[in-house]
Ligand binder design. Structure first.
Ligand SMILES: Cc1ncc(COP(=O)(O)O)c(C=O)c1O
Length: 370
């Protein structure tokens, strides 16, 4: 009888955010941290322009895209490896550096693809207890063993939105043995307002055991095209280039990526939109007695503290009005929902709907505050 390798059948397939609601023709899709503004029109044009070239293989080396990324970020193009979404980079890194019996560390409430990738290669995922929903560097370092091969850290973290200060990320790197790879996942880097934030590029430049992972799925609004990249020490780039598929990034995705990088105005617009609406929504939800975790991303993890008004009930209430948040039980956060910052009217609809949902408690909360 055919049998997959040990560990594979323990994997719960990753379930993306819902996109449809029965009975609703128009749905407010706030479950996957996509950009409400969509991509740059220039990226769409570049994508369309390749429609007559679909019989051609893409450039397997993604030369133009790596050059454009290198230029935009001030990084050497030869140390950039592109992939079909940063998901593919997570998988490539794991396949390349961990195997059966090894351990892959990540923070509790970290992105679910990390344990999934670890299980795929027969490694043991180790979730290190979080502190205030974010990574606890001391706890992570304490959990490193001779079996540890990779430490994944999303900063800002999804789904909690928490930000680890640059000094803490550096302390984590410093405490790791040189043969443990630190994979810094900076999927939401462009949204961070904190001027002291570091995306991890400097750590990659200065150390042989750090990689930085990035994506075009979030602020660039190109999730459908599956486009991500990693900035790696030369030896790691060499390894990933051996393991990846020779044509792992489609030509239209590469072209759209180049065009997206050239449209700084669109990037600034998306950032400004988030800077306006993230604090607005957080304040509205706090006002009605809900507990949004301070977020550095384009989403809010919202805690529902009242056992009579649970996150599941809120999700149902939102669904009835055609709004799709992300349920958090798979992350062990069943008392929370994650809500992506949407268009102005979508954010207003979320605030109004949750105010209606929490009306009795909200009134009590306001009375208590007086
Ligand atoms: C922290 C983090 N890393 C990686 C990804 C994957 O992004 P991509 O679409 O590039 O595969 C996501 C997507 O939600 C994410 O939140």
């Amino acid at each position: 009888m055919l049998k997959p390798r040990p560990g594979i059948m323990d994997i719960a397939p990753y379930k993306g955010g819902d996109a449809k609601l029965p009975g609703h023709a128009r749905v407010l899709r706030l479950a996957s941290n996509e950009s409400p503004l969509g991509p740059s029109p220039r990226a769409v044009e570049a994508y369309r322009a390749l429609a007559s070239e679909l019989h051609r293989y893409p450039d397997g080396a993604a030369e133009a895209l790596r050059a454009a990324i290198g230029q935009a970020h001030g990084l050497p193009a030869e140390q950039i490896v592109c992939g079909a979404g940063s998901d593919e980079l997570i998988s490539l890194v794991t396949r390349s550096y961990a195997g059966g019996g090894d351990e892959v560390l990540y923070s509790q409430y970290g992105f679910l693809m990390y344990p999934l990738a670890a299980k795929t290669v027969g490694a043991t995922p180790v979730a290190v207890p979080a502190r205030n929903y974010g990574a606890d560097v001391d706890a992570m370092l304490a959990r490193v063993t001779p079996k540890t091969r990779i430490v994944f850290l999303a900063n800002p973290n999804n789904p909690t939105g928490t930000l680890l200060p640059a000094a803490e990320v550096r302390r984590l790197q410093k405490g790791l043995p040189g043969d443990v790879l630190l994979a810094l996942d900076s999927a939401y880097a462009e949204y961070v307002g904190d001027s002291g934030y570091e995306d991890g590029a400097a750590l990659v430049r200065d150390h042989g055991n750090v990689v930085m992972l990035r994506t075009f799925s979030k602020i660039y609004g190109l999730a459908a095209l599956r486009l991500g990249w990693g900035y790696c020490p030369p030896a790691v780039a060499d390894v990933l280039n051996r393991v990846r598929g020779p044509f792992n990034v489609p030509a239209p995705s590469q072209a759209a990526g180049v065009a997206a990088l050239a449209d700084r105005a669109h990037l600034d617009k998306a950032r400004a939109h988030n800077e306006r609406w993230l604090p607005w929504l957080a304040a509205k939800l706090t006002e009605i007695g809900l507990e949004p975790v301070p977020s550095a991303g384009n989403f809010l993890l919202v805690r529902f503290p009242d056992p009579a008004l649970t996150a599941d009930m809120a999700a149902e209430f939102l669904n009835r009005r055609g709004i799709l948040p992300r349920k958090m039980a798979p992350y062990g956060l069943a008392d929370c929902l994650r809500i992506t910052i949407g268009l102005a009217e979508e954010n207003e609809a979320v605030a109004q709907t949750l105010a209606d949902f929490a009306a009795p408690r909200g009134a009590a909360h306001r009375a208590g505050a007086r």
